[in-house]
Design a binder for this molecule. Structure first.
Ligand code: HEC
Length: 140
């Protein structure tokens, strides 16, 4: 009769082996996850920083609590950003197609009095990634 500790040890080895063989836990997969989390974190920092504009405000001044809730600010409805990634592109009231990146740039220009970010810029993709990340853990 094998000892219980041995059984547990070999079961654990088996699980890790299955993980590696099926590609669930390769070192590359772990590294990719860490890189993704760190980029989302940088997006989060950018969302809370005032350096995207010139009026000292950040995205979070309007989209409070990291953009997790909708609310009213001086009679304006500020939408929650949870789910925004799958909502866009939208057709605006004047019939124009607006992508998520264009919306972010509109907010930078109108809300932060800043210059729009280039479509291929690192900062825009970090904000994009942060907004995608919001939808993963929160319901609208
Ligand atoms: C001065 C307030 C203000 C600031 C600052 C602001 N926003 Fe917005 N944002 C709004 C309002 C109001 C809307 C609703 C749509 C509109 O009127 O343009 C909106 C809409 C959005 C949407 C679309 C959400 C949806 O579900 O329709 C996204 C995405 C967004 N903002 C991202 C950002 C990001 C990223 C920043 C920072 C770079 C930012 N906003 C800064 C006020 C602001």
């Amino acid at each position: 009769m094998p000892h219980l500790k041995q059984v547990l040890f070999f079961s654990l080895c088996g699980l890790v082996a299955v993980g590696v063989l099926t590609g669930v836990t390769t070192p590359q997969a772990v590294q990719a996850k860490i890189a993704l989390r760190s980029a989302e974190h940088r997006g989060d920092m950018l969302f809370h920083s005032s350096r995207l504009g010139t009026n000292g405000l950040s995205c979070d001044n309007c989209h409070v609590d990291g953009g997790r809730f909708s609310h009213r600010l001086a009679a304006r409805r500020i939408p929650s950003l949870v789910g925004a990634k799958s909502l866009f592109p939208v057709v605006s009231s004047n019939g124009q197609v607006r992508t998520l990146e264009e919306q972010i740039n509109l907010c930078i220009m109108r809300g932060l009095q800043g210059k729009p970010l280039a479509p291929e810029s690192r900062q825009l993709s970090l904000l994009d990634l942060y907004i995608r990340h919001l939808s993963r853990f929160h319901e609208r």
